[in-house]
Each structure stands twice: as structure tokens, then as C-alpha cells.
Design a protein around this ligand. Sequence first.
Ligand code: HEC
Ligand code: HEC
Ligand code: HEC
Ligand code: HEC
Ligand code: HEC
Length: 170
Amino acid sequence: MTRWLTLLSLLIVASVVVGVILTRAQVFAAPEQPIAYNHQSHVEAGLQCLFCHTSALRSDIAGIPSMEKCMGCHNIIATDNEAVQALTSYWKQSQPIPWNRVNQQPDFVYFSHQAHLGAGINCETCHGDVGHMTVAQPVVKMDMGWCLDCHLKQPENKIARLADCLTCHK
Ligand code: HEC
Ligand code: HEC
Ligand code: HEC
Ligand code: HEC
Ligand code: HEC
């Protein structure tokens, strides 16, 4: 009898653990992308984040590179790769690549890359080690608690502004 009870409770624990893993996996899942773009191979080839995400230092958004930028290399590099051929076919049809967003705040939240990079925070703090990701995926749940947790650790004289609702909700 007790053996069955132990077994039963083990089963319950196991299903709770699986449930937790599945919900976490959902939160951090990478969306499907139209082309299998691989960050790791490009960063290993020596490309810097800002070479492609060129607006990050001077505007709210980081920016996704245009097809022109990709084709500057892929007119000649890896032309026999299937994903590069898919890229080339978007290019030939002058169709922008419909990338899906990985990280996205609701419309009522204001976020700025420029403000954070200007404060010396690097990409990895918020996006994880993208340079070693074959597929870009979210690594932290970027909710209000996460934003405030860091804002409240800033120097005393800035906290009133950084915790003000209207700083993040316009
Ligand atoms: C050769 C160009 C290129 C380089 C270099 C590059 N990226 Fe990207 N990045 C892209 C493209 C294209 C996408 C959109 C497709 C995707 O999400 O994988 C993207 C997407 C992302 C996303 C997800 C955007 C979203 O929708 O939320 C993050 C975060 C990101 N890059 C960070 C980085 C960081 C950090 C580096 C440097 C370590 C870097 N990237 C280097 C081209 C590049
Ligand atoms: C303080 C945290 C933080 C830092 C630092 C940061 N990001 Fe982001 N990033 C975000 C958030 C939050 C979003 C979603 C913004 C939204 O939906 O309005 C985002 C979105 C993006 C996107 C997709 C939308 C866009 O803005 O183009 C890219 C690409 C990106 N980040 C790249 C980078 C790169 C590259 C760096 C470093 C140069 C970087 N980020 C630094 C928090 C950060
Ligand atoms: C500065 C040159 C350069 C730029 C710009 C560039 N790539 Fe690449 N790309 C490379 C190199 C180098 C490789 C690796 C080739 C190899 O391993 O044979 C590569 C490989 C690839 C591959 C094959 C799979 C892989 O990652 O090994 C795809 C798909 C790809 N790139 C897509 C893109 C897209 C989409 C863009 C624009 C967002 C882009 N590339 C921009 C140089 C570049
Ligand atoms: C890792 C720490 C960190 C995280 C995470 C973070 N911030 Fe910030 N944030 C800062 C710092 C530091 C500043 C710049 C403070 C200064 O001006 O000296 C800043 C500034 C800002 C500003 C500009 C304020 C102004 O008046 O100039 C906005 C808006 C903002 N953050 C929104 C957000 C939102 C929204 C999130 C979550 C999605 C977030 N931040 C996550 C550290 C962070
Ligand atoms: C540092 C940035 C920041 C500050 C300051 C901030 N928020 Fe938010 N808030 C967010 C982000 C990011 C979200 C969206 C993610 C989420 O729901 O947690 C959000 C979501 C919300 C939501 C929607 C919650 C939901 O479940 O849909 C409400 C309501 C809200 N905030 C109210 C406030 C109020 C009131 C204040 C001031 C006391 C405030 N916020 C200050 C970043 C901030």
C-alpha cells in the first residue's frame, strides 16, 4: 500500500515538474522565422551587433538589418546554402523578409535602447548570449517587475524618475 502511495506521489511531483518546464519553455520559446538566420555563425565570422542593429545607440529601437545588408555579402558568400537561396529569392522579388519579433513589449510600454546603452548596459544583460545562439530567443521575462528591479538599484537621485509610472507608460 505505502509503495503505491510513494509511487503515486512521485508521479504527481514528476508531472508538476514537467508542467513547470513546459510553461517556462513557452515563455522562452523562439518564434518561427522565415529564414534560418544564425547569430552564432555571423558573430564568429567577426560581425559586431551594431553592424546590423545600427540604430541601438541613437534611437529607441535597435533595428533589424535590411536585405541590402545581407546581400552585400550573400551575393557571393554561401550561395549554395538553401537558406541563403531563400534570402536571395526574397531579394529578387523585392519582398521584405517577414521576421517575427522575439522580444516585444505591449504598446502601452515605452522602452528606449539609446537610454540603456548610454547608461553602459550591454546587450547581453537583457538579451543573453545572442552571439552563441543559433536561433535568437528570449532569455528573461521582460515584465514590469524585471524593469523596476534594475531601476530601483540605480543611484538614489535617479530613482524617483526611474520608478515614475509615466517614464515607462506614456
Ligand atoms: C549579420 C547581421 C546581424 C548581426 C551581426 C547581429 N544580428 Fe541580431 N538579428 C539579426 C536579424 C536578421 C534578426 C532577426 C531574425 C531573428 O530574430 O533571428 C536579429 C534579431 C536579434 C534579436 C531579436 C530581436 C527581436 O525580435 O526581439 C536580438 C535580441 C538580437 N538580434 C541581438 C543581437 C546581438 C546582441 C548581436 C551581437 C552579439 C547581434 N544581434 C548581431 C541580424 C544580426
Ligand atoms: C535594458 C535592456 C536592454 C538592452 C541593454 C538591450 N535591449 Fe534590445 N530590447 C529590449 C527590450 C525590452 C526590447 C523590446 C522593446 C519593445 O518591444 O518596445 C528589445 C528589442 C530588441 C530588438 C527588436 C526590436 C528593435 O528594437 O529593433 C533588437 C533587434 C534588439 N533589442 C537588439 C539589441 C542589441 C543589439 C542590444 C545591444 C546593442 C540591445 N538590444 C540592448 C531590451 C534591451
Ligand atoms: C559581412 C558579411 C555577411 C553579412 C552582412 C551577412 N552574412 Fe550571412 N553569412 C556570412 C558568412 C561568412 C557565413 C558563413 C558561411 C559559411 O560558413 O560557409 C554566412 C552564413 C549565412 C547563412 C547560412 C547558415 C549559416 O549561418 O551558416 C545564412 C542563412 C545567412 N548567412 C543569412 C544572412 C542574413 C539573413 C543576413 C542579413 C541579416 C546575413 N546573412 C548577412 C556573412 C555575412
Ligand atoms: C539592467 C538594468 C535595467 C533594466 C533591466 C531596465 N532598465 Fe530602464 N534604465 C536603466 C538605467 C541605468 C537607465 C538610465 C538612467 C539614467 O538616465 O542615468 C534607464 C532608463 C530608462 C528610461 C529612460 C528614462 C529617462 O527619463 O531618461 C526608460 C523609459 C526605461 N529605462 C524603461 C525601461 C523599461 C520599460 C524596462 C523593462 C522593459 C527597463 N527600462 C529595464 C536600467 C535598466
Ligand atoms: C521601469 C518601467 C516601468 C515603470 C516605472 C512602471 N511600469 Fe507598469 N509596466 C511596465 C512593463 C514593461 C509592463 C508590461 C509587462 C507586464 O505586464 O509586466 C507594465 C505593465 C503595467 C500594467 C499592465 C499589467 C497587466 O497585467 O497587463 C499596469 C496596469 C501598469 N504597468 C501600471 C503601472 C503603474 C501604475 C506604475 C507606477 C506606479 C507603473 N506601471 C510603472 C513597466 C513599467
